[in-house]
Write a protein that binds this ligand. Structure first.
Ligand code: NDP
Ligand code: OXD
Length: 310
């Protein structure tokens, strides 16, 4: 029987997804109609972006799962009309993109690239950076993306620690966890990379108290989510130099409002939520595999735990 796969994302995304999604689902051996236009009660799977117009899932009476195109699920996990299984996006392209973005920004700060590239004209002021072996980097969040980034940073030679909710073992990474592990993680974080999900438990992970626990001159890199940082605590910490720089890709309000102090702050780099893209070519493979699983009666991959919110 033909499976109906409903593409519920912004209309402008459909031309990018149509062929990769159709090809991947066909290659997974599934006979499917894939379209952004279906009567809700005819839909078997919903390929979903949380900024879609679809916010009420009750009319999707025969659907078997919602397959999120984003890694972050804070925009859907609390939707009371959603009782179907919810899978989030994990794909090789997303992970590789995040590794490249995180390592690039860690290297910028580790090597002091801004100082040496933009140095005052005519002033020859050598100041060698420490080697990666002598630099402590902490990745907050050791999930799909955090683990991959932590391991890539360890390959460069950094002293890498990671912090997660539950205990972990990751080769080359000193793993800390839970509220007790947070104090150690903060104290080590000369460079902090935030790859936590946005949940009630992670809101303001970096606040006035925890920022004060970080080493003087620490750098923060946040490709995770805006609410992980209390902005009203970060700005004064940047002003005093206790935090020497923040490279921020995610914000409480996106796009970041034009009058937000981050834009003009000399110690802040703003990037427009581009750390890692969901690319149709790779994400379609994850979607297709989950549809294959659904049809074969196998467990879905990457299911979200609604009680934890990620
Ligand atoms: P995962 O769900 O795989 O990993 C989340 C990690 O955070 C896990 O290690 C988890 O711990 C940890 N965590 C969750 N809650 C807590 C807590 N209360 N205390 C300590 N640790 C906690 O997510 P991903 O790695 O796939 O993605 C991480 C986030 O990156 C996404 O949620 C999204 O917000 C963001 N993202 C940003 C993108 C961008 O372009 N800027 C692109 C893609 C994702 P445990 O392992 O114990 O469960
Ligand atoms: C995601 C993101 O969650 O792009 O996938 O931020």
């Amino acid at each position: 029987m033909t499976v109906n796969v409903f593409f519920a994302a912004k209309a402008e995304r459909w031309p990018h997804y149509e062929m990769p999604l159709k090809d991947a689902i066909k290659s997974a051996g599934i006979d499917a109609d894939v379209s952004p236009d279906f009567a809700p009660d005819q839909v078997d799977y919903i390929v979903y972006a949380p900024n879609s117009d679809v916010q009420d899932f009750t009319p999707f009476t025969r659907a078997k799962a919602v397959l999120n195109l984003w890694a972050g699920v804070e925009g859907i996990v609390g939707n009371k009309t959603l009782t179907l299984p919810l899978a989030r996006m994990v794909d090789s392209g997303l992970t590789q993109g995040m590794i490249e973005w995180v390592c690039g920004h860690v290297m910028r700060h580790h090597l002091g690239m801004d100082t040496h590239i933009k140095g005052d004209a005519g002033v020859w002021a050598p100041s060698a950076p420490p080697l990666s072996w002598d630099r402590n980097v902490v990745v907050f969040g050791l999930g799909e993306l955090g683990t991959a980034c932590a391991q890539a940073l360890a390959q460069f030679g950094f002293n890498v620690s990671g912090w997660s909710r539950s205990a972990k073992s990751v080769q080359g990474v000193d793993c800390l966890h839970g509220p007790d592990g947070l104090n150690d993680a903060l104290a080590r974080a000369e460079i902090a990379v935030l790859l936590l999900p946005d949940t009630p438990a992670t809101t303001n992970t970096l606040n006035a108290k925890t920022l004060a626990q970080m080493p003087a001159g620490a750098v923060i890199i946040n490709p995770g989510r805006g609410p992980l940082i209390d902005d009203d605590a970060l700005l004064p910490a940047l002003d005093t130099g206790h935090i020497s720089h923040a490279t921020l890709d995610t914000f409480r309000v996106e796009p970041l409002p034009k009058d937000h102090p981050y834009w003009a702050h000399p110690s802040v780099t703003v990037t427009p939520h581009i750390a890692a893209e969901t690319r149709p070519k790779y994400s379609s493979l994850t979607i297709a595999e989950n549809i294959r699983r659904g049809e074969a009666g196998e467990p879905f991959l990457h299911l979200v735990d609604r009680s934890l919110g990620y």
